[in-house]
Design a protein around this ligand. Structure first.
Ligand code: ARG
Length: 460
C-alpha cells in the first residue's frame, strides 16, 4: 500500500518491517480521541478561513460517518498504515475523496498523537478517581459496622496493641484519599492542549489554538510548541500515581490474604472472589487478592519503562515515544480492574469478629495498658516498662497471660496495682481508652468515619 508520506520514497518497506514500526495494533484504543481531535481541528480550519465552509462540512461529515462505522465494528485497520492517525486519514480520503487530504493542513501526527493522549488520560483519570471513591465507600461501609470489633494491631507482624477493625480499614481510606488527591492534581497538567504545535515548530497557517483547546475541553494550551510535542510528563506522572495506588492495594491485598488464612481466620472472602484447587478439594484460595498484589509489579514496570524511554531523548518528537502507549493503556486497565475487584471483595467479605477478639486475649498486647496504668500512678514510664516486662516473663514461665495473674501477684510487682487492673487489661477497654486524636478509641474512629463520609458526600 502506498504510504500517505510516500512521495520521497523510491522503495517500499517489507511487510515485517512495517509491522515492527506500526502502532496500530495498540493505538487503535485512541480511535475516538483521534476522531474527536480531528473534528475540532477541522472546525478550527473552517473558522479561521483555512478551509472553506463546504470543505469543512464535508470533512466533518466524513469523520462522523467513520466514527459510526467504528462504533458498529465495521472498520478494519491496516498495519501498512502504521498508526491510528494515518488509518483514520486514509479512511477519510476513501470516504470523501481527495478533500479528505486537507484535514492534515497545519497539523502533524506529533501534535495529533499528543492531543489524543491528553484527551484519553483526562477521561480515564476521572474514571479511576470514581473507582477509587467506590472502594472508599466500601471500606467506609465495613468500617461503620466494625467500630467496636476488636482485633490485634501488629508491628513487625507481632501482636502489638489491640485496635478497632474499623480503624485498620480506615487507614486504607486515607491512603486512597491521598491517591485521589494526587490524581486530581495531575489533571491540571493533563488539561493542556498540544494541538497546533505542528511537528515541533508551530505552523505558518493562521490557526487558533485556543479554539481547538476550547472545543476539546482543555483549559490551557502549551506555551511552547517543542514542549507540547515532546512532553510525556503527564503520562509518567500518571504511572507514578498509579504505582503508589497499586502499592496501597497490594498492602491491603496482602492483609486480606493473611486474614483469610486458617492461621488468622479473621475474614472470609466471598466464594465469588475466591477459587478452589484442582487437586485439594478443601482449598479456598484468595486468588483475586494475590493477583492484585502481583499486578502491582507490572504497573511499577510501566513507570520504569517510560522513564527509561524518555531518558536522554533529545527534543522534539522521536519514534521512541511511541513506546509510551501500551504501558499507559495496560495501567489504566489494570488499575481499573483491581479497584473494581477490591471493592467487590470488601463489600462481600465476612468478618469473624469473634476470632479477631479472641486473638487479642491470647497474647500480651495489653502489656502497654499495664505500663500506662503504672505510669499514670506516678511511676516513670521506663520503670513501669521494666516492671511489666518482668510480669510478662513471669506469665511466660507459668504459661499464662496477664489477666490470669492474681491480684497478690500483681501487687507483689507493685503495690500501686489495684483490683481495677482487670478491667484496664481488657482489650475492649484498651481500645476504647485510646482516645487521642486519630487514635483507635471508638469515639475517635467514629469521628474519622464522619469526616470521611463528608468527604465522599459533601452534600449530605
Ligand atoms: N504512532 C506515532 C506514535 O505513537 C505517532 C506519531 C508519529 N510521528 C512521527 N513523526 N513519526 O508516537
Amino acid at each position: 500500500m502506498t504510504k500517505l508520506w510516500g512521495g520521497r520514497f523510491t522503495k517500499t518497506a517489507a511487510e515485517w518491517v512495517d509491522a515492527f514500526g506500526a502502532s496500530i495494533p495498540f493505538d487503535q484504543e485512541l480511535v475516538f480521541e483521534d476522531i474527536e481531535g480531528s473534528k475540532a481541528h477541522a472546525r478550527m480550519l473552517g473558522t479561521c478561513g483555512i478551509l472553506t465552509e463546504e470543505e469543512t462540512n464535508k470533512i466533518l461529515q466524513g469523520l462522523q460517518s467513520i466514527q459510526k462505522k467504528v462504533e458498529k465494528g465495521e472498520v478494519e485497520f491496516s498495519i501498512a498504515l502504521e498508526d491510528i492517525h494515518m488509518n483514520i486519514e486514509k479512511l477519510l480520503i476513501d470516504e470523501i475523496g481527495p478533500i479528505g487530504g486537507k484535514l492534515h493542513t497545519a497539523r502533524s501526527r506529533n501534535d495529533q498523537v499528543a492531543t489524543d493522549m491528553h484527551l484519553y488520560l483526562k477521561k480515564k483519570v476521572k474514571m479511576i478517581i470514581e473507582a477509587i471513591e467506590e472502594m472508599q465507600q466500601a471500606l467506609l461501609h465495613q468500617a461503620e459496622q466494625h467500630v467496636e470489633t476488636i482485633m490485634p494491631g501488629y508491628t513487625h507482624l507481632q501482636r502489638a496493641q489491640p485496635i478497632s477493625f474499623a480503624h485498620h480499614l480506615m487507614a486504607y481510606f486515607w491512603m486512597l484519599e491521598r491517591d485521589k488527591g494526587r490524581l486530581k492534581d495531575s489533571l491540571k497538567r493533563i488539561d493542556y492542549s498540544p494541538l497546533g504545535a505542528g511537528a515541533l515548530a508551530g505552523t505558518t497557517f493562521p490557526i487558533d489554538r485556543s479554539f481547538t483547546a476550547a472545543e476539546l475541553g482543555f483549559t490551557n494550551i502549551y506555551e511552547n510548541s517543542m514542549d507540547a510535542v515532546s512532553d510525556r510528563d503527564f503520562i509518567v506522572e500518571f504511572l507514578s500515581h498509579a504505582s503508589l495506588l497499586m502499592m496501597h492495594l497490594s498492602r491491603l491485598a496482602e492483609e486480606f490474604i493473611l486474614w483469610s488464612s486458617q492461621e488468622y481466620h479473621f475474614i472470609e472472602l466471598d466464594d465469588t472472589f475466591a477459587t478452589g484447587s484442582s487437586i485439594m478439594p478443601q482449598k479456598k484460595n484468595p486468588d483475586m487478592a494475590e493477583l492484585i498484589r502481583g499486578k502491582t509489579g507490572r504497573v511499577y514496570g510501566h513507570l520504569f519503562s517510560l522513564l527509561t524511554v524518555l531518558k536522554g531523548l533529545p527534543l522534539a518528537y522521536n519514534k521512541d515515544m511511541q513506546e509510551d502507549k501500551e504501558g499507559m493503556f495496560d495501567t489504566v486497565a489494570t488499575v481499573t480492574g483491581c479497584l473494581k475487584i477490591f471493592t467487590g471483595m470488601i463489600v462481600t467479605m465476612k468478618v469473624n469478629h469473634m476470632n479477631m477478639e479472641q486473638a487479642t486475649k491470647q497474647d500480651f498486647s495489653n502489656a502497654t495498658e499495664l505500663a500506662d496504668y503504672l505510669a499514670s500512678k506516678g511511676i516513670p514510664f521506663r520503670k513501669a516498662h521494666e516492671l511489666v516486662g518482668k510480669l510478662v516473663l513471669l506469665c511466660l514461665q507459668k504459661g499464662c497471660y496477664l489477666t490470669d495473674l492474681t491480684l497478690a501477684e500483681f501487687q507483689k510487682a507493685s503495690p500501686l496495682i489495684d483490683e481495677d487492673i482487670y478491667n484496664i487489661l481488657s482489650p475492649y477497654e484498651a481500645v476504647k481508652r485510646r482516645n487521642s486524636d486519630g487514635g483507635t478509641g471508638f469515639q475517635q474512629v467514629r469521628k474519622q468515619i464522619e469526616k470521611a463520609k463528608k468527604l465522599l458526600h459533601p452534600n449530605l
